[in-house]
Each structure stands twice: as structure tokens, then as C-alpha cells.
Design a protein around this ligand. Structure first.
Ligand SMILES: [Zn+2]
Length: 185
């Protein structure tokens, strides 16, 4: 009898957890439409949402630029996130998931907040990329992303193999997962 009660409670718990998960992803759906999702038009809003879940006030200027993909830089005392429009739009088209954009912006905000953008270039190792990924995983869960949604975003953004600048997908996924696990919805 006790066992049956335990099983019922566990089932109920799983059901409630799942409903909460659905509710939070539905809220997110309302915030950012999937169809015709445009990075440039939504980047400021996503950044504001990220800062809101962190309870932070900060000034990040998001700009389209001629950069290889996306980067965090400080210029004349201002914090910028510069993106290549073709790169982000292609990513959104392929993934058909707004979480890719959230991941990208959270990762770059992570670089800014962790002081990576003011480090000497030679000190910017793969480790700082994993730190930014962990931060992005943390933020994504706060914003309602499931672990699966967070992992998928990395899959689209990361390179399968390690490159000169970035670790490969498997390592980056682990970092995102670590951040997601440390966080709370
Ligand atoms: Zn990075």
C-alpha cells in the first residue's frame, strides 16, 4: 500500500513538474514568436529579459557588424555585442528555435560580466568559452528553457570539433548542462 502511495505521489510530482515546464516554455513562446523570428528585431528584448532574470541593470549595446559571427567587445568604455546578421539569421532559420538567440546573447553577456572582454588576448583560452557557456545554461533555465532546449541551442551554435578559438560541441554541451543544473526555473 505504502509503495502504491509512493508511486502515485511520484507520478503526480512528475505531472506537476511537466506542467510547470510546459507553462514556462509557453510563456517564453508568447514573448518571442517563432515564425519570422528576426534576431535584429528581438536582440534588445532578449537582452532585457536576460538581465531581468538575473536582477541586473547593465548597459549592453547590440550592433550588427562585419564580424565572423558574434563577439563581446568593449570600445571607449561601452560594452558591445556585435553580430554578423547573416550568421545569426542563418542559425535561426536552421534551428527554427528562438533559444539559439537566447544562448548566443547570454554567452556574450557572460563574457562581459566575467571580465573576459578586458583580458589580454593571449589569456583568452578555451576555458573562458566554457565559462560563458555555463553562464548561458544557467540563464536559459531561469528563462524557462528545458535542458533539451538548452542542449539543442548549443548543437546548432557550436562546432562539432575543437577549433583554435572554441571547444567542440561535446565539451560546450557539458558546460551548458552544468550551468543549467546549478540554476532554477
Ligand atoms: Zn565566446
Amino acid at each position: 500500500m505504502k509503495q502504491l502511495l509512493l508511486i502515485s505521489l511520484l507520478t503526480l510530482y512528475a505531472f506537476v513538474a511537466r506542467s510547470q515546464q510546459l507553462a514556462s516554455s509557453e510563456t517564453q513562446n508568447e514573448l518571442l514568436p517563432v515564425t519570422g523570428f528576426d534576431f535584429s528585431a528581438n536582440a534588445e528584448k532578449i537582452t532585457a529579459d536576460i538581465l531581468q532574470v538575473l536582477g541586473l541593470q547593465a548597459d549592453f549595446r547590440i550592433k550588427a557588424a562585419r564580424v565572423p559571427n558574434v563577439e563581446a567587445v568593449v570600445r571607449r568604455g561601452h560594452r558591445f555585442i556585435r553580430y554578423n546578421p547573416a550568421f545569426v539569421n542563418d542559425l535561426n532559420k536552421r534551428s527554427r528555435d528562438r533559444w539559439c538567440s537566447v544562448f548566443i546573447l547570454a554567452h556574450e553577456i557572460g563574457h562581459h560580466l566575467s571580465g573576459h572582454t578586458v583580458m589580454r588576448r593571449k589569456d583568452r583560452t578555451h576555458a573562458i568559452e566554457l565559462d560563458a557557456d555555463e553562464f548561458a545554461g544557467f540563464v536559459m533555465r531561469r528563462m524557462g528553457a528545458t535542458l533539451e532546449q538548452a542542449r539543442l541551442a548549443v548543437m546548432y551554435v557550436a562546432n562539432p570539433v575543437t577549433t583554435r578559438t572554441h571547444p567542440g560541441t561535446a565539451d560546450r554541451m557539458l558546460a551548458v548542462e552544468k550551468g543549467w543544473n546549478k540554476s532554477m526555473p
